[in-house]
Design a protein around this ligand. Structure first.
Ligand code: HEC
Ligand code: HEC
Ligand code: HEC
Length: 482
């Protein structure tokens, strides 16, 4: 006979079992629903991918070695397999062309030791140490692993790398050139340094998700020269679309941060700065620049009477393009000038706007004053005229190292006033073999309202007259990590 309490207990145990079974079934059901949803999502993504391939995929050819020697960037020296020193030297040249330095160096005394904080819409990524340190750098990576990272965006243990590392461009670089870069990196002083961990929000901290990103935005494969084009064009294409990754900043991005395959090089925003339209459109792009302008701009940051490089572009020139040979720079210019032109909303080229200020301009300043009665003209005379003159014409014409004219200047003449605000906030600092250029930053001296008044005065007088900036925009630009 069973004791009543034990019966109760048994009944209780039975209930628990039943409940467990029901819960199990529910879980199974939920699991199946989740599985179905995942499958459906994966299928839709796959279908989208197929559709995408239909539209853009045609003509994508993969090739692992370069059939045409002409497309290879020429360094100061050509290296063959035996010439070790030559190989390292060429690797150094190519590492400069790829600008590995800017992104992987947070402390100039420890080059390539990583730790640069890169702001992305999804959080902050810290660049890794790529010195040959065996514990914290890439000292233990095989050449094949290095090649896979550059060509496929896959890390040492098979993890997917984020495209903040421009592997979607580096995939175009020949195996030979990647190995030369590796040979050079092997000669760098190893630095023991572990950069901070990434601060990415869920789900962007899930590296495997890059698999989907890659499906839509990544075309793995080496550069294929176009035999119909000149050797110069091919070399330019190899550099611009590959190592020099110019499109990573100058090409607009789609909603998942992939580079839009249409409107290439028609301009995009990078860390608050507008990386201008550099297609050969005569109004919105750089169609009026000649080859010498492009070469001068990339070698010292000044296209006389047109443009001066600040912000991220100044870094590119300082760490990368100033070291490229004249032949490579000319090839870049040839390729840029042959791109399909893209027209924006502008009515006049940004480097043709503005007139010098006259004595009455300062008096008229009251009319141009911005918020809270701050007078832009007076602010200009107090803060900027010592170098750019009160007329805005500058001192020393546009030689590198001069105080440039703000008239016929691509920053004041741009429809988007962001770069002007950024120049006022952060100043200009650019060091090349030809000149060291420095403009102070006014971010700590001037309030947002003062910058509004100043910037609106500068664009109205010296640049794009319809452009205007608000205090909210200035506050947002101030917050952009540089
Ligand atoms: C625009 C910035 C940028 C440039 C330019 C750049 N990198 Fe990186 N690189 C990154 C970031 C960010 C990561 C980390 C990606 C991640 O964590 O998924 C990275 C990762 C790597 C890795 C993987 C290291 C590891 O520990 O996983 C290697 C190797 C590498 N870069 C080599 C290079 C070389 C060589 C160059 C020059 C040809 C270069 N990078 C240029 C941003 C850059
Ligand atoms: C890290 C982002 C970045 C990369 C990479 C980059 N640029 Fe730029 N570029 C900019 C920004 C930002 C500006 C605007 C600079 C300024 O306002 O002074 C600019 C300006 C320019 C201009 C001047 C346009 C004008 O009208 O003033 C040219 C030409 C140019 N870039 C060419 C290139 C080429 C060629 C490459 C590749 C070798 C390249 N850029 C790579 C961000 C970038
Ligand atoms: C101490 C001298 C000095 C002062 C003061 C100064 N600038 Fe400059 N400015 C420079 C120099 C130097 C450059 C960079 C020239 C070059 O790139 O070759 C420059 C560049 C610029 C550019 C072009 C940047 C580009 O990317 O094309 C603008 C716009 C500009 N200044 C606006 C101003 C404004 C507005 C003020 C006042 C708030 C000001 N500057 C104050 C020296 C000065």
């Amino acid at each position: 006979m069973t004791h009543p309490t034990s019966r109760v207990r048994l009944a209780g145990a039975g209930d628990a079992l039943r409940e467990q079974r029901v819960a199990q079934q529910r879980r199974l059901h939920r699991h199946r629903a989740v599985n179905m949803a995942t499958l459906a999502a994966a299928f839709s993504l796959f279908a989208l991918y197929i559709a995408w391939l239909e539209v853009y995929g045609a003509g994508t050819v993969r090739s692992d070695e370069l059939p045409m020697a002409v497309a290879i960037a020429r360094g100061p020296e050509q290296a063959d397999g035996v010439d070790r020193a030559g190989l390292v030297k060429r690797g150094e040249y190519l590492a400069r062309a790829g600008n590995c330095m800017t992104c992987h160096t947070s402390d100039k005394t420890r080059p390539f030791a990583g730790g640069v904080a890169m702001g992305t819409p999804f959080g902050t990524i810290y660049t890794p140490n790529i010195t040959p340190d065996p514990d914290t750098g890439i000292g233990q990576w095989s050449d094949a692993e290095f090649l896979r990272a550059m060509h496929e965006g896959i890390g040492k243990t098979g993890e997917r790398l984020y495209p903040a590392f421009p592997y979607p461009s580096y995939t175009k670089v020949t195996e030979r050139d990647v190995f030369a870069i590796r040979a050079y990196l092997n000669t760098i002083v190893p630095v023991h340094n572990t950069p901070p961990a990434n601060e990415l929000r869920f789900p962007f901290n899930q590296r495997w998700l890059m698999l989907f990103w890659n499906l839509f935005n990544f075309d793995e494969g080496r550069f294929v020269p176009d035999p119909k084009q000149s050797a110069e064009w091919n070399r330019g294409a190899y550099l611009v679309d590959g190592l020099a990754h110019c499109g990573e900043c100058h090409t607009p991005r789609n909603f998942i941060q992939g580079l839009a395959s249409r409107a290439r090089f028609s301009g995009a925003v990078q860390a608050g700065w507008h990386a201008f339209n550099i297609t050969p459109d005569k109004v919105s792009g750089i169609g009026n620049w000649n080859t010498a302008d492009v070469v001068a701009y990339l070698s010292n940051g000044v296209a006389p009477g047109r443009a001066y490089a600040a912000g991220p572009m100044a870094k590119i020139i300082e760490d990368s393009t100033q070291y490229l040979s004249g032949e490579d720079l000319r090839s870049i210019a040839v390729y840029l000038r042959a791109l399909p032109p893209v027209r924006g909303a502008e009515k006049q080229p940004r480097d043709t706007l503005g007139t010098p200020a006259t004595a009455v301009t300062a008096l008229r300043g009251a009319v141009l004053s911005g918020a809270n009665g701050v007078n832009g003209a007076q602010l200009f005379i107090a803060n900027c005229a010592s170098c750019h003159r009160w007329t805005g014409e500058g001192v020393g014409a546009s030689a590198p190292g001069a105080y440039p004219s703000l008239i016929h200047n691509s920053v004041t003449g741009a429809a988007d006033p962001a770069n002007l605000v950024m120049v006022i906030l952060h100043g200009v600092s650019r060091k090349t073999q030809q000149a060291e250029v420095w403009m102070p930053s006014f971010g700590n001296q001037l309030t947002d309202d003062q910058i509004v008044a100043l910037s609106n005065y500068v664009t109205a007088q010296f640049g794009y007259p319809r452009s205007s900036v608000s205090a909210t925009q200035v506050a947002q630009l101030r917050k952009q990590p540089q």
